[in-house]
Design a binder for this molecule. Structure first.
Ligand code: 5GP
Length: 261
C-alpha cells in the first residue's frame, strides 16, 4: 500500500489516498486553531502526541467492540484508516458543563450533569458549527433515524469506557467531540467511529487540581500545551515515565513501543 494524493485538508489533519481504494492515510498536523479559525498557531509536537493518544484510545475502544476506522499507526504522524463517508455532524458528549454550554445557558463552569448529555452540531465552519436538534438531522436528511439510534448507543458506551479509563489515571473527562462515518461494502452501509479522540477533542482536567490538560490551554492562552498533552500520554502509559516533555524529545515517542495488545 502506497501513499497517494491529498484528498482533503482540515484544520488539524490531512487525508491522503492510498493504492487501496478502501483505505486512506490520516496525517496529524501541528496546527492549532480555535474560535472558528480566528486564533491560529503551530505547536511543534502536537500532531505526534495526538496521533499516539488517539491510536491508544481507538484501539482500546475496538477491544470493547466499538467499531472504528483505525487500521494501524504508520509512523509518528500518520495512521492508516478505513475510508468512510463522514456524517456531517459533531456529536458532543458532556459529563460536566464547560465551554460553549456555560455561555449559551448561563451554567456555572464545572457543574456536574445528572447524566451524560449528547448535543449535535452541524459540521460547517462557515456557519461556526451551529447547534442543531435531532429533528434537524432527519428534516435535512443528514443521517437516518436508525443510524442515530446506533450512534447514541455507541456514544454512551464510549463515554462509560473513557470516563473509567481517564478516572484510572486521575483525569476527569469533562466533555468531548466524536465523529462517525459510513463504511460501505457490498451495497451495505454501517456507521463506525471515525476522526480522532485526543486532548484536541476532549476536555480533560486533573482530578486533584482541576488543571486543564487539553486544548483549552491554547484556547485560553494558558501555555504549556505540549507538557499537558505529554502528561496525558504519560498517564495513559504511552510515554515512558522518564521521557522529557520538551519538544525536542517528542521524537522519542517514535521509539516507544505501542501498548496495543
Ligand atoms: P464546546 O461546545 O464547549 O466548544 O466543545 C465541547 C467539546 O467538544 C470540547 O471538548 C471541544 O474540545 C470539543 N469540540 C467541539 N467542537 C470541536 C471542533 O470543532 N474541533 C475540536 N477539535 N473539538 C471540538
Amino acid at each position: 500500500m502506497r501513499k497517494g494524493k491529498k484528498l482533503y485538508e482540515g484544520k488539524a489533519k490531512i487525508i491522503y489516498a492510498t493504492t487501496d481504494k478502501n483505505l486512506v492515510i490520516q496525517y496529524f498536523k501541528d496546527d492549532a486553531t480555535a474560535f472558528n479559525n480566528q486564533k491560529k498557531s503551530v505547536i511543534e509536537g502536537k500532531g505526534v502526541l495526538n496521533n499516539r493518544i488517539s491510536e491508544h484510545i481507538l484501539s482500546n475502544l475496538s477491544q470493547i467492540g466499538i467499531k472504528n476506522h483505525l487500521v494501524k499507526r504508520l509512523n509518528m504522524r500518520e495512521q492508516v484508516v478505513k475510508l468512510v463517508e463522514i456524517i456531517p455532524i459533531e456529536f458532543i458528549v458532556r459529563n460536566v458543563a464547560s465551554g460553549s454550554i456555560t455561555k449559551r445557558l448561563s451554567i456555572e463552569d464545572g457543574t456536574i450533569l445528572k447524566e451524560p448529555l449528547i448535543e449535535y452540531c452541524l459540521k460547517d465552519d462557515k456557519l461556526g458549527d451551529p447547534l442543531i436538534s435531532e429533528e434537524h438531522i432527519y428534516a435535512f436528511e443528514w443521517a437516518e433515524k436508525d443510524e442515530i439510534k446506533k450512534i447514541k448507543k455507541m456514544i454512551l458506551r464510549i463515554n462509560d469506557f473513557m470516563v473509567g479509563m481517564f478516572r484510572g489515571v486521575n483525569i476527569r473527562l469533562i466533555d468531548f467531540k466524536l465523529e462517525f462515518g459510513r463504511l460501505k461494502s457490498d451495497g451495505k452501509s454501517e456507521v463506525i467511529l471515525a476522526d480522532e479522540i485526543s486532548p484536541d477533542t476532549c476536555r480533560l482536567w486533573d482530578s486533584v487540581t482541576d488543571k486543564k490538560l487539553d486544548k483549552d490551554r491554547f484556547r485560553k492562552g494558558l501555555g504549556d500545551l505540549i507538557p499537558a498533552y505529554s502528561e496525558v500520554a504519560r498517564r495513559l502509559g504511552i510515554l515512558h515515565e522518564q521521557t522529557n516533555v520538551s519538544v525536542v524529545n517528542i521524537t522519542k515517542l517514535s521509539s516507544v513501543k505501542s501498548k496495543r495488545k
